[in-house]
Design a protein around this ligand. Sequence first.
Ligand SMILES: Cc1cc2nc3c(=O)[nH]c(=O)nc-3n(C[C@H](O)[C@H](O)[C@H](O)COP(=O)(O)O)c2cc1C
Length: 584
Amino acid sequence: MLSNAFRKNLAPLSSPLFSSFLSQFTFVRSSGEELSIPGRSGETVKELLENSDAGVSIGVCGGDLACGQCQVYVDSSWMDKLPAIADDEEETLGIAFKRKKQSRLSCALKWTDEWDGLVLHEAPLKPKKTKGKKPKKSSSTPSDKPNASTAPNNATSPTSPPVCLKEQAGQKVSDKVYCIGAVDWSLRDFHDFQVREGGTYNSYFIKDDFVAVIDPVKYTFADGWVERIKSLLQGSGKKEPDFIIVNHAEPDHSSGIVSFMRAFEGRPTVVCNKLCKESLEKLYPEAHPSSWNYRIVKSGDELKLSKDRTLHFLNTPMVHWPESMFTYDAKDGILFSMDAFGQHYPSSARFDDEVPSIEHVLQDAKTYYANILFRLSKPIKATLKKTLSSFEGLQVIAPSHGVVWRKYVNEILQKYVEWVSHKPSNKVVIAYDTMWHATEKMAESIYDGAVLADTSCDVRLMNIRSFHHTDIVTEMLDAPVLALGCPTMHHGMMPAMGGLISYLKGLLPPGHGKMGCAFGSFGWEPTASNEIESAMKSFGIEIVHPAIDMQFTPTQESIGDLRQIGVELANKAKKAASDFQLSF
Ligand SMILES: Cc1cc2nc3c(=O)[nH]c(=O)nc-3n(C[C@H](O)[C@H](O)[C@H](O)COP(=O)(O)O)c2cc1C
C-alpha cells in the first residue's frame, strides 16, 4: 500500500495510472479484519469493494439503492465529513437491517479522493433463517391441502418429478424462462365468478446468472410449486432463487410466498413495489413479511439477471389492485402481465397455439375482463398505451391466469383495445327475473320485437336465475343496450335482481355509453321497475324508455307495445355500433 505522503507526491503527475492509487479507505470486517481498498473517483464504495483484490461482494440489487443490503457503518471520526443522506438513500436505509445513525449505503457513496483515509465498518446481514418456530409442513393443516385432483402437484419426492413441470415437453416460454404454475382443474367458484372448467395460477422461473421467480401461486398449490423450483435449481449451484418478483398481492397469486419463504429460509429477495410490500405485510402477518429482504422497485427500474437479461418494471395501478405491476423481460420480449390478459382457462397446454380452440380462450379472456377488469377500463387503457410504447420488442404475454399468448398476441391486444374503449356491438341484452312468468312474457315480447326489427342484432334473453351473473355481465360488456326486468316483490325488486344491480354498480366504468330501460309486472303497487330505473340512471345508463309496468299478465295489446319497444331498442343498438369510431 502507498503511504499518504507518497500518494501526495505523485499527485502532480495526474496520470490515470497513478490517479488510481491516490486514495484509499479501510473496510473493517465484522471479524475485525481490516482491508485497505484503493479509491477511484467516480466509482461507488460498493463498486470499489467489489472490484478490489479482496472482492467483497455486497448488496443484491446491483447498486440501485433498492435492497438496503450494501449498508456500511461510517466510523464515528468520519461522520461529519461525508455528504448528507439524500431522500432515496434515506428511503432504502429504512429497510436496512440494524440501521444505525452511522449507516450509509455503499452504493450511494461516490468516491472522491477527499475521502482518503475513510474508515467504514461492515454492517451485519439479516440472519439466514426467518425467526420463529420450526416451519410446519403446510400439508399438516386441512386448509392447506390441495384437493385430490391436484395431488400430483404436491409430490415432494425428488425421485418423482412433479407432473406440471413438463420441462422436456416444451413448457418453456423461452430458452431460460419456464412455466412453473399450477392448474386448478376443480376451480368452479372464483369469488363468485363462476368458472366452468377450472383455472390456473401461473408462475414463471428465469434461470440466468441470477435466478428469478415471477409471481407465486395460490397457497393450496405451493408445495408442488416449491418442488418445481427446487427441481429447476438443480445443477445451478444455487440453493434458492435470488429473487421472487411479486407483481400483484391478491392472494390467488401472492399467498404461495409464505411456503416459499419457509422452504428457502427467507433468503430470496422479494422484488415488488412499495404498496405491494405493505399489502404482503398486512395479508400474511403470521409469516413476518417485514423480516424478508426486499428490493423495492418502481416504474422504470430495472433488475439485471445477467449481462444480457434485464427485467424492467412498470407500475400499473388498478390493473387490478393499487399495487399491480408488470415485469418485462427485454431479452426475450416477454411481458409478465399478472391479471391483465388473463383467462380462467385450464389446460395441460401452456400456450395459445396449443389449445383446441383459440376462440374458446378469447371468450374466456372476455369473461375475465368483464367480471374482473371492466370497471378498470380507464387505468387499463393508460397501461396499454404505456406498454405498447415502452416495450417495443414485446413478443409474448405471460399472464398469471390461463394460457401464454405467443401466437395471438395481436389478437388479445386488439380485444383489449376494444374493451377498454367500450366498443359496442349490435347487441341487446334483456335480463329479467320472474315468479309467475308475467315479467318473462314482457321480456319475451321485447325480445321478439328486437329480433324482428333487425335480424343482424344479437339479442340475448337471459333469465337471471338460469344464467349466472358472470355470463350476464360478459354479454353486457359489448352490448350498448340493456333492458332489465323484475316483478315487484315485497315492495321492491327480487333478491337476484338486487344482486345483479349491485354487481353492475361495481363493474360499470365511467363513460361506458350504455342505454336501456326497466320493466316489470306487479300486483297492486309497482315499485321494482322504478327502483331498477333509478339504479340504471345512477350507473350512467341513459334511460331511452320510461319504466314499463304491467299489472299481472300482459294483454295482447300490451304485447304489441312491448314488441315496439324491442324494435326501438334494436335500432338504438344498431346505431350505436355503426356510429362508433375507435380511437386509441
Ligand atoms: C311473495 C310475493 C310478494 C309480492 N309482493 C308484491 C308487492 O309488494 N307489490 C305488488 O304490487 N305486487 C306484489 N306481488 C305480486 C306480483 O308482483 C305479481 O304477481 C306479478 O304479476 C308477478 O310477476 P311475475 O309473474 O313476473 O312473477 C307479490 C307476489 C308475491 C308472490
